[in-house]
Write a protein of this length. Structure first.
Ligand SMILES: Nc1ncnc2c1ncn2[C@@H]1O[C@H](COP(=O)(O)OP(=O)(O)OP(=O)(O)O)[C@@H](O)[C@H]1O
Ligand SMILES: [Mg+2]
Length: 320
């Protein structure tokens, strides 16, 4: 067979992704566009090509070269050491700001233990449809398709994931039908557990943003979370200070015993960029609880989110 016939002998879905197939000195070189495919899908297609092409009499050796020419979807993880510092709030509002800036951005709620994005986006109760066994992200009024375990399982169920199951749950969300989405913001659970490890091993983010409150303990934990990304060679885009004050989790009463500015100082100490500060504002919480994230209305409350989103936008542009 010649190279054209060889390409025709592949299943159509695979042939569509073959950008070139050449045959020289009984060696076939297959260039494959793997954009948007998961690692396991890539491996499977590679095996299939090797099996089919090497079965031909004219071929002694097959080399599959993988490229991601169409586009490579980039992931940015939003993490923190401690819980409750505002990761989910920040992730949703940054995604909305980035969408307003023209980025094709989606959001994955990787907090499979306690998903909060369906509430923030006002999409709780919506069930994603599936295509090819993969969920189709939920559209929102804010131009940010998103997906959460809270959309896939009954309320409360998501809390039960353990160990590797949590990692698999994350994979389902990241490997969904993201279509033309070029950038995925990942709202991580707090700490450095299984979801974070799966994230780093299987879906290495292009960069990470760390959120902290100005409290000392949160800062130490943020530094620890930062180390995890560092070890995995994931660049830290920068630190964000949220809630320069304290909202009582029981009564909702606000006090400001810790001041502000601690995160900026910590960033300096750790030699990391400081991306900005989100004030403690009751309206931010109310908006998040009501499916009205403040970045959506472009008013005063949107400003700090927009300013941080601009820096992430610039970081991405510089990187690519
Ligand atoms: N800047 C802010 N001003 C007022 N309230 C805020 C602010 N940021 C977050 N909140 C509120 O604080 C609570 C915790 O925020 P959020 O859920 O975003 O934190 P988290 O880090 O994602 O928490 P978890 O670790 O549980 O996932 C929420 O009720 C949220 O609305
Ligand atoms: Mg959260």
């Amino acid at each position: 067979m010649n190279s054209t016939d060889l390409k025709a002998s592949l299943p159509a879905a695979i042939a569509d992704r073959v950008t070139s197939l050449s045959l020289r000195d009984r060696r076939a070189i297959v260039v494959l566009d793997v954009a948007g495919l998961s690692t396991s899908e890539r491996d499977e297609i590679e095996l299939q090509i090797e099996r089919i092409v090497s079965a031909d009499d004219a071929v002694d050796e097959v080399s599959v070269v993988m490229t991601a020419e169409r586009f490579e979807r980039q992931l940015i993880a939003i993490g923190s050491g401690k819980g409750g510092v505002g990761k989910s709030t920040l992730t949703a509002n940054l995604a909305i700001s980035l969408a307003r800036m023209g980025r094709k951005v989606g959001l994955v709620d990787a907090d499979v233990y306690g998903p909060s994005q369906p509430v923030i986006f006002g999409t709780q109760g919506q069930k994603p449809e599936a295509r090819d066994n993969k969920p189709i992200p939920i559209e929102s009024r804010f131009g940010v398709p998103h997906l959460s375990m809270g959309h896939l399982v009954a309320p409360g169920k998501a809390l039960a994931w353990r160990g590797p199951m949590a990692g698999n749950a994350l994979a389902q969300l990241v490997e969904a039908q993201w279509g033309a989405t070029e950038l995925l913001l990942i709202d991580l659970p707090p700490g450095t557990g299984d979801v974070q490890l799966t994230m780093l091993q299987r879906f290495k983010p292009a960069g990470a943003v760390l959120v902290s409150t100005p409290q000392d303990l949160a800062l130490i934990d943020a530094a620890r979370a930062g180390q995890l990304f560092d070890q995995a060679d994931v660049p830290i885009i920068g630190l964000v200070e949220n809630m320069a004050g304290y909202a009582c989790p029981h009564c909702g009463k606000l006090s400001d015993p810790f001041g502000s500015g601690g995160v900026e100082q910590a960033a300096e100490r750790l030699d990391l960029p400081f991306l900005g500060r989100i004030p403690l504002d009751h309206a931010i919480r109310q908006g998040s609880d009501a499916g009205e994230p403040p970045a959506a209305n472009g008013g005063k409350l949107a400003e700090p989110f927009d300013a941080i989103a601009s820096q992430i936008d610039a970081w991405l542009s510089a990187k690519n």
